[in-house]
Design a protein around this ligand. Structure first.
Ligand code: GLA
Length: 708
């Protein structure tokens, strides 16, 4: 129940508290100041908190300085990057908002602010979820009689002085989510995404950390945007020494012209705090996303995607044999990728024509779909509905249906252009064609791809990424509405559109086109920081990786692919009997373990030896765990460092065993004796750990712990 704050301008703090996290908003000065965002402080009177943050008055400051608060206005003496930038023609560049109204309870707060001179109203909504995730929404209303041009509206939250480092993620096609940690020194750290999609280089979350913070320990603050279009994530330390994190949509010039009476709603910002390192941040995000009504609740079906098996070479006989073999080894969902429609025999033509190709599929998809169903598998199909090849029936009929700047056609990428979804006719066309195929074959699952970044993304000369992004969300939601039970995977040349916005419109992300198990270790470790593993496609690739040419054992590949929504992307018709046996054992093991893998707490162990990575999942009741020890390179010493298995009940005893998929390639006369199975306490596993065998590089072992 929200209650208005009486006399709120006289000594009022609003405290939102949940899941061990607290946000304290000070409203006394007439604008929202975040006094605290972090761990619960207990009952501290507002006056005491204000005393704690009061740093006196240096000679170089205003005579009577106030905290500029969340809006970071010049009108209140702030000289760093403001939260709101905009204007009415050449006027109104410097807002000064004051609070008009506040309502709140323990987990929600709504603040209405106005700038009477500028005729603007800002509605702020703060929600702290049961999992301790803070969700912040800003909506800016134009109450004037002229258009207000908005250039930026970002959410900023301060981080304490002890947050000395920043962490964000960079990447490219085949190498997404590589962490980059730097000192949070004076100046602005800015991660912009201008691809019209979140992009391979998208950070997903911008963090600030204490110096001691790692995956298992320390304090972390992070902001992430629920948005798949252009974006900014920021970290700034001012000359005063105070630091803050920011996030908001990247608005192109003229993209947010707010007409009189109209408004701009900024994408929601999710703010995560953890005093249990990055894993604590991840656990909060996973719990929050898992609590959504739309979170996939059925066991995640083991998937075969035929892309790396056949590419564009669609041959019914081959695909039927592949389906037979897939079902025989335990695959539960069969996905037909690119190449089934129009003139799409390679990536030069056919995109945009979502009609089954009669050249390749003379009897339609039914012969394949029927076999897949008869074998007890679900059927999935690939689309790239936002795109068009110039060599397509659609483009020939409607060359004006693309995003462009009048008078020029954007440069091609993968021989394709981007459809203008801000045009309702285009949306209608895409929806009708895609829906017709889904409905005809009762498709269970679609992989929705997006293989190029946007250039010149305009509609009749106006910047269009914002409306394009909203139109995409509408299309995906509408497809689900029309086809109840339909699941959607978001793909963009692999992991080019993995973000918290898309998490609310898709059930799964294709983590990366990189199926090399070694490369996948880091990609999955960091993509799963905020996205739960059951939403991340992790497939066993071919023996020799198509992404790197590296050769990996079946054991290394299946252990790597286990920690996600598992699948296979490999021509099983080329697999040896031995490999098929391993795969069959593995699919059975995945089915047995998926409740744990997809429901537990993800643990990224801080391992002392850089030659290995250790990670796992521990059930919430701490009764069981599954960990992988991954040997990346050879070890410096002859005896590899022991690896800890943290997160279990220290007082309980666990039966520990390894799970092998084929013979692990090790180079020693005798393996450590614990590998035959033994019992040990959770405390010993967390502190002493286990001595790994001397593995070949690029090999892995799997360890299971079960409470006795
Ligand atoms: C993208 C995807 C791949 C595959 C191809 C098809 O690259 O990431 O998985 O679907 O498109 O063209």
């Amino acid at each position: 129940m929200l209650t208005a704050v009486p006399d709120m301008l006289d000594d009022t703090c609003v405290i939102l508290r949940s899941g061990g996290v607290e946000l304290i908003l000070d409203l006394e000065s007439g604008h929202p100041i975040v006094l605290h965002w972090g761990t619960s402080l207990g009952e501290v009177p507002p006056a005491t908190l204000r005393t704690l943050v009061d740093g006196g008055i240096p000679h170089s400051d205003l005579d009577d300085p106030t905290d500029p608060g969340m809006l970071r206005e010049s009108s209140r003496g702030f000289t760093g990057r403001p939260a709101i930038r905009g204007h009415r023609g050449d006027l109104g560049f410097s807002p000064k908002f004051t609070i008009r109204d506040v309502e709140h309870d323990d987990q929600h707060c709504r603040v209405a602010l106005v700038d009477d001179a500028l005729e603007l109203r800002l509605e702020q909504s703060f929600i702290i979820t049961d999992q301790g995730v803070l969700l912040i929404d800003f909506t800016l209303h134009n109450e004037g009689t002229t258009t207000y041009t908005l250039d930026e509206l970002a959410v900023w939250l301060p981080v304490p002085d002890r947050a000395t480092d920043t962490l964000d993620f960079t990447g490219r096609w085949l190498r997404e989510r590589q962490p980059q940690r730097q000192p949070l020194t004076p100046g602005l750290r800015l991660r912009e995404s201008r691809e019209g999609r979140s992009g391979h280089d998208y950070t997903i979350v911008q963090c600030a950390l204490t110096a001691d913070a790692g995956t298992e320990r320390g304090e972390v603050w992070g902001l992430g945007l629920l948005w798949s279009g252009n974006s900014r994530h920021l970290a700034e330390r001012a000359v005063t020494g105070r630091a803050a994190l920011g996030a908001g949509e990247l608005i192109e010039p003229g993209e947010a012209e707010i007409a009189p009476g109209d408004h701009y709603r900024a994408p929601t910002v999710a703010a995560f705090y953890s005093n249990e390192g990055l894993d604590g941040l991840g656990a909060r995000s996973h719990a929050w996303l898992r609590a959504r009504a739309e979170h996939p609740s059925s066991p995640r079906p083991l998937t075969l995607n035929v892309w790396e098996a056949v590419y564009f070479d669609h041959n019914l006989d081959t695909l039927l044999r592949l389906a037979d073999r897939a079902a025989a080894i335990g695959v539960e969902r069969f996905v037909l990728d690119d190449g089934w429609f129009g003139s799409r025999r390679d990536d030069w033509s056919g995109l945009g024509d979502w009609v089954v190709s009669r050249d390749v599929w003379p009897d339609g998809l039914a012969p394949l779909v029927d076999r897949v169903r008869a074998l007890g598998m679900q059927f999935g199909l690939w689309f790239e509905g936002e795109m068009v090849n110039p060599d397509s029936e659609l483009y020939v009929a409607h060359p004006d249906w693309i995003l462009q700047v009048p008078g020029r056609v954007p440069p091609l990428a993968r021989h394709q252009l981007v459809l203008d979804l801000t045009n309702p006719e285009v949306v209608e066309h895409v929806l009708e064609q895609v829906h017709a195929v889904i409905a005809e074959y009762q498709v269970d699952y679609i992989k929705w791809d997006h293989n190029r970044f946007l250039t010149d993304p305009g509609h009749q000369g106006h910047p269009a990424v914002r409306r394009q992004t909203e139109a995409l969300y509408d299309i995906l939601d509408e497809l689900r509405r029309r086809n109840p039970g339909l699941e959607i995977e978001s793909c963009a040349s692999g992991g080019g559109r993995i973000d918290l916005g898309m998490a609310f419109h898709a059930d799964r992300f294709w983590t990366s086109d990189q199926n090399d198990a070694l490369e996948r270790q880091e990609i999955q470790r960091w993509t799963s920081l905020v996205i739960p593993p059951e939403m991340l496609g992790t497939h066993v690739g071919p023996t020799v990786s198509h992404g790197t040419g590296r050769l990996h054992s079946a054991q290394m590949r299946v252990i790597t692919a286990l920690f996600g929504h598992a699948g296979i992307e490999w021509n099983l018709l080329d697999a040896t009997e031995e490999e098929l046996t391993v795969l069959t054992e593995w699919t059975a093991f995945y089915r047995e373990q998926r409740a744990l893998l997809h429901g537990g707490r993800t643990v990224r162990v801080e391992h002392p030896d850089p030659s290995a990575l250790v990670h796992g999942v521990v059930s919430h009741d701490r009764s069981e765990a599954i960990f992988a020890y991954v040997q990346l390179t050879t070890t410096a010493g002859t005896r590899p460092a022991a690896f800890r298995v943290p997160g279990l009940d220290p007082t309980a005893t666990y039966r520990v065993r390894t799970q092998a998929f084929g013979a692990p390639a090790s180079v020693q006369r005798r393996a450590p004796s614990w590998m035959d199975g033994f019992e040990i306490t959770g405390a010993a596993l967390a502190s002493v750990g286990l001595r790994p065998p001397i593995l070949w590089p690029e090999e892995a072992i799997l360890i299971m712990a079960q409470r006795t």
